[in-house]
Write a protein that binds this ligand. Structure first.
Ligand code: NAD
Length: 377
């Protein structure tokens, strides 16, 4: 692992989730931007001192010479570092599991996706919400045609944690997320809008044709958007509406997806992840529960506990890790991956997310964006 050291947000989730199925072992790390703190953290995690590195460059040099070198490296650092770290790892022959957004700039995302493709290295991207069994169930049901043609998609990712200027009072996570050089051009839209955009496309299979966006920065002194509304036109005519917000008081992690087709609709809410609500035209509202016998093989493959015993965030993240392990093994063995290794987010999905952010900010900044005041206001 690179990043995810003492006090970091997502690194420990990776460590917990990767261990859940016994497919991965954490054996080496450069966990911190501060070399000594990184080495101390590694030793405290129980790693061999020889594999407790001070920097990702040292990790690459140290691991490259070992017979038991690491199979893959998870990158859990701020956005602007993803590209240089991933590039160096891929060029040294390592597979990579990278946090989202794939990179901080479109130029870097294009280059990284190309490098992944041409090198043949595995690059998985941790779009967490595509790990949930009921999200897979939704994807299968849309693909089977249970909703008919999709007409409209509503997806939202509201959070409350940046409702005040916490970046100015020492919050490490907020500090780099509000710095355009470290985060990229899109504030809320880059940090969480990318999750929502991926989730909507993952479930519906729809491909974006064009968008128009309105960004806002509500907290004074903040350099990036903390609220975004995006209207989307998908190929084939479906429409979408995406909302990301870091200032939506009352929302801890309110990811919500609603898909409306010509024959029915589906709704999924990440704070109740074991349920999917399906409403057929002229039918009753149905709550489909995780663990039921008649769910798709895709959902079953990602289910661990019996019905009524809740699963959640860690299991969804673990499904990504199990999927990455299966995809890497299948590649090594020259076979098609089993169900878990299919539909895992890859470098191209990461590139699509960064391209989406770029288009959203471009749209917002475009001087000819139409805003029309009604005659009566
Ligand atoms: P953070 O600031 O909490 O932690 C970053 C860690 O990286 C720190 O330990 C820091 O010392 C280390 N670091 C920085 N530069 C480094 C370098 N060059 N070498 C080694 N270590 C370095 O950040 P975070 O909130 O955990 O976010 C990290 C990444 O994870 C971001 O890209 C973010 O968008 C993503 N993230 C994803 C999810 C998800 O749901 N998938 C959730 C949160 C964050």
């Amino acid at each position: 692992m690179v990043g995810g050291g003492q006090g970091a947000y997502i690194g420990n989730i990776h460590r917990l989730a990767s261990r859940l199925d016994g497919q991965w072992q954490l054996v080496a790390g450069a966990f911190d931007v501060d070399p000594q703190r990184g080495r101390d953290f590694a030793i405290a995690q129980g790693l061999d001192a020889a594999r407790s590195y001070g920097s990702y460059q040292d990790l690459i040099a140290g691991e490259a010479g070992r017979d038991d070198r690491v199979d893959a490296v998870a990158i859990c650092t701020p956005n602007f570092t993803h590209y240089p770290i991933a590039k160096a790892l891929i060029e040294a022959g390592f597979d990579v599991i990278c946090e989202k957004p794939l990179t901080a700039t479109l130029e870097d995302a294009v280059a990284l996706e190309k490098l992944a493709r041409e090198s043949g290295r595995f690059v998985g991207v941790t779009y967490t919400y595509s790990g949930y069994p009921m999200v897979h169930e939704a994807r299968v049901r849309v693909a089977r045609g249970e909703l008919g043609a999709v007409r409209t998609v509503q997806v939202e990712y509201p959070l409350e944690w940046m409702s005040t200027a916490i970046e100015q009072s020492g919050n490490a996570q907020a500090a780099w997320r509000t710095d355009p050089k470290k985060n990229g051009r899109g504030g809320s839209i880059g940090d969480i809008g990318t999750h929502a955009y991926h989730l909507a496309g993952f479930v519906t299979g729809l491909k974006l044709e064009s968008l128009t966006a309105d960004l806002a920065t509500f907290v004074g002194g903040r350099a990036l958007d903390d609220n975004a509304h995006v209207m989307m036109r998908y190929q084939g005519g479906a429409r979408g509406l995406l909302w990301s917000s870091q200032v939506a008081i009352g929302n801890s992690n309110g990811v919500r997806l609603r898909v409306f087709g010509e024959k029915g609709s589906l709704q999924w809410f990440q704070e109740q992840p074991n349920e999917l609500v399906f409403t057929p035209l002229d039918g009753r509202v149905q709550t489909i529960k995780r663990g039921a016998d008649d769910l798709s093989e895709d959902a079953k493959a990602r289910t661990r506990t019996p019905p009524g015993h809740p699963e959640g965030y860690l299991e969804a993240f673990a499904n990504l890790y199990a999927g990455f392990a299966e995809a890497i093994r299948a590649r090594q063995e020259g076979r098609e991956p089993g169900p878990l290794g299919q539909n895992v987010p890859l470098a191209y999905d990461g590139l699509k997310g960064v391209a989406f952010v770029e288009a959203v900010v471009d749209s917002h900044e475009a001087s000819d964006q139409p805003w029309i005041t009604p005659v009566a206001v």
